[in-house]
Design a protein around this ligand. Structure first.
Ligand SMILES: [Zn+2]
Length: 263
């Protein structure tokens, strides 16, 4: 298949928000996604000003879908508590503690994410994993790793504060306290909730990088920009489209390497 065809095929498979298939976990440690947000690009404008009211529409629409039509008969099936339980458990277990606690805008973005259907779907995977770890005795009810868990080498998933922008490894997402308004290299607008979904794409709950997605040279190891663009297309762009943003058409890394979608 020619590269262009391959890229187009990638684009066509954008619409589903959940990955259709997962590549085998690489098991290869935390190759971080250096999605670095340039300080020089930072805008003082609160994001709420830029984000169109469409968001509210999207949310209310997805909530309405989740709640479904009103039950016609006396057999009222109350919407299962699962949605709130997933959110509550996620907030209790999946956020870093102490110095690692996500803060500022990151908290709002996480909240926004948990209010969306794609966020709930991802959070459900995380919570199911925590439930298993709880049952195995690796995790305590308050989300701390037990001694047994430590001995077993259990590492809980966490979203933590990141000083260097948004990044992810298999078990961890770093979220900055503030998001700039635009990508430094492309000038396209940043949608933070889409960034969070992108980062989830790098975790074990998304589409972890395989060995061929990692480049190692004199600059060290990093994810290839082609793999990054795949994550953009599979996770970030569907969310951007939902919110009325144009899809991100390129990925640039800190070394100046870039991958672009055909236009
Ligand atoms: Zn990435």
């Amino acid at each position: 298949m020619k590269p262009v065809e391959s890229a187009k095929r990638g684009l066509q498979s954008l619409s589903p928000l959940s990955p259709r298939h997962r590549t085998a976990p690489s098991g290869g440690g935390p190759i971080e996604d250096r999605f670095t947000l340039s300080d020089s690009d930072r805008s003082d404008l609160p994001l709420s000003i830029r984000i169109p009211a469409a968001i509210l529409g999207v949310f209310s629409a997805s909530m309405a879908l989740a709640a479904g039509p009103a039950p016609p008969t006396a057999h009222v099936k109350v919407q299962p508590k699962s949605a709130s339980t997933v959110t509550e458990k996620f907030q209790a277990w999946a956020l870093g503690r102490g110095e690692e606690a996500p803060r500022g805008q990151a908290l709002k973005v996480i909240q926004e994410y948990l209010g969306s259907d794609f966020g709930q779907e991802m959070a459900s995977k995380v919570v199911a994993d925590f439930d298993r770890s709880l049952a195995q005795g690796h995790l305590s009810a308050d989300g701390e790793v037990t001694l047994e868990g430590q001995l077993a080498g259990y590492e809980p998933f966490r979203i933590v504060h990141g000083e260097r922008g948004a990044q992810a490894s298999l078990n961890r997402i770093w979220m900055p306290q503030n998001f700039p308004s635009h990508f430094a290299a492309s000038g396209q607008a940043i949608l933070p909730v889409a960034i969070l979904h992108h980062e989830f794409g790098h975790t074990k709950y998304g589409t972890p990088a395989g060995p061929t997605d990692v480049v190692t040279d004199e600059h060290g190891s990093r994810l290839s920009v082609d793999h990054e663009l795949e994550i953009v297309n599979r996770y970030e762009n569907p969310v951007r489209l939902r919110y009325g943003y144009e899809p991100r058409h390129s990925y640039h890394n800190h070394l100046g390497e870039k991958a672009e979608n055909p236009r």
